[in-house]
Design a binder for this molecule. Structure first.
Ligand SMILES: Cc1cc2nc3c(=O)[nH]c(=O)nc-3n(C[C@H](O)[C@H](O)[C@H](O)COP(=O)(O)OP(=O)(O)OC[C@H]3O[C@@H](n4cnc5c(N)ncnc54)[C@H](O)[C@@H]3O)c2cc1C
Length: 316
């Protein structure tokens, strides 16, 4: 039992913030993989967030912030630290000075519903991306040549020392599936530029994106596209051309519908998926010379995984 347990339990003052010990992270990722978190906190106030940051800093406790877990492959070993998820108090949309103000925990689907209701437009391309606003900012989520960063004006959040900061668009650098934010930064909310549009036009755009997505992407437990698209060809096409679609490893398999998706059939392990990632990377590199880079965040990093695999092999 963690020695800092009492400290966490006595320092979190707001009843709306919930603390869970030994929560399975597989319940919080869309690929349904992830081991226990020693401490899992659904934070509902800024003060509680600051308290958690201060305890983690002083006690050197590893800290991880999770959105909807839709762009992540987490080890099924126990995470000996604190996982923070922002609660409902951080899930909101409102119009402020003609911009959209959004809480970091807001599901992207809620943003689309809110905008449609107000005849506002600009984010229909996000349809079908199962993330939160915070997670979308971190990976500069996008589709069909549009990205959330294109219309982001400002982000408010916390530095690891608990300091509240606002980062405006001149200091936000968005790139293909990445954003440069300070290390350990917690996004609390952000502001997006919106435009007016007729509800019929908005509905039509959403219908087009929905059709494209349902035609090309598989249903089931996944973390979306596992690799970034190289400059000249899509990762899915490279995987298809290398006859990797349908390849299984335990209960994980490469989708036949979209080669860049790995699905968890049922109870697949972290290693099942991790090994499929390595098979894809090495096959594609061997046959084409192209080095694929993960789009999903893999926790822990590959060095650590190799260490466990060696330990497992040594212990028989
Ligand atoms: C079926 C499917 C389809 C998808 N399609 C697309 C697509 O078309 N385009 C696309 O870009 N992505 C796509 N994705 C990937 C994913 O949905 C997006 O990247 C999404 O924006 C991730 O948001 P999340 O809340 O799930 O983040 P998580 O996966 O929970 O976290 C991702 C990263 O963001 C960090 N993070 C989360 N919240 C915060 C916060 N408040 N403050 C600081 N850091 C934070 C986490 O620490 C982690 O590093 C798809 C995924 C699935 C499963």
């Amino acid at each position: 039992m963690a020695s800092w347990r009492r400290l966490i339990e006595t320092s979190i003052v707001d009843k709306a913030t919930k603390i869970y010990w030994g929560e399975s992270l597989s319940k919080h990722t869309t690929i349904r993989i992830g081991g226990q978190a020693e401490c899992f906190i659904v934070a509902n106030t800024v003060d509680d967030l600051k308290t958690i940051l201060a305890i983690a800093e002083h006690q050197s406790i590893p800290l991880f912030i999770l959105g909807n877990g839709s762009n992540i492959l987490i080890s099924d070993q126990k995470f000996n630290g604190i996982v923070i998820k922002l609660g409902d108090a951080f899930s909101y949309c409102m119009i402020e000075n003609n911009n959209l103000r959004i809480g970091a925990a807001t599901p992207l689907s809620h943003i689309l519903t809110y905008l449609l209701d107000k005849s506002l437009s600009g984010f229909e391309f996000l349809w079908g991306i199962p993330g939160t606003f915070g997670g979308a900012i971190v990976s500069n989520a996008g589709a069909y040549s549009q990205n959330i960063g294109d219309r982001t004006i400002k982000i408010n959040g916390l530095l690891p020392d608990g300091q509240e900061v606002a980062i405006d668009k001149n200091n936000l650098h968005f790139d293909y599936r990445k954003t440069t934010l300070p290390l350990g930064f917690i996004i609390m909310e952000g502001f997006l530029q919106i435009t007016s549009n007729r509800p019929t036009a908005i509905r039509q755009l959403i219908a087009e994106y929905r059709k494209k997505r349902t035609l090309t992407q598989p249903a089931g437990a996944s973390a979306g596209s596992v690799f970034k698209n190289p400059k000249l060809v899509s990762a899915g096409k490279l995987i298809d051309d290398n006859n990797l679609k349908g390849v299984c490893n335990g209960n994980a398999y490469i989708s036949r519908k979209h080669g860049n998706f790995i699905l968890n059939r049922c109870n697949a392990s972290f290693i099942n998926v991790y090994e499929l990632l390595q098979i894809i990377k090495s096959t594609v590199e061997f046959n084409t010379g192209t080095i694929l880079e993960e789009e999903i965040q893999v926790l822990p990093k590959s060095q650590e995984v190799k260490k466990w695999q060696n330990q497992k092999n040594c212990s028989g």
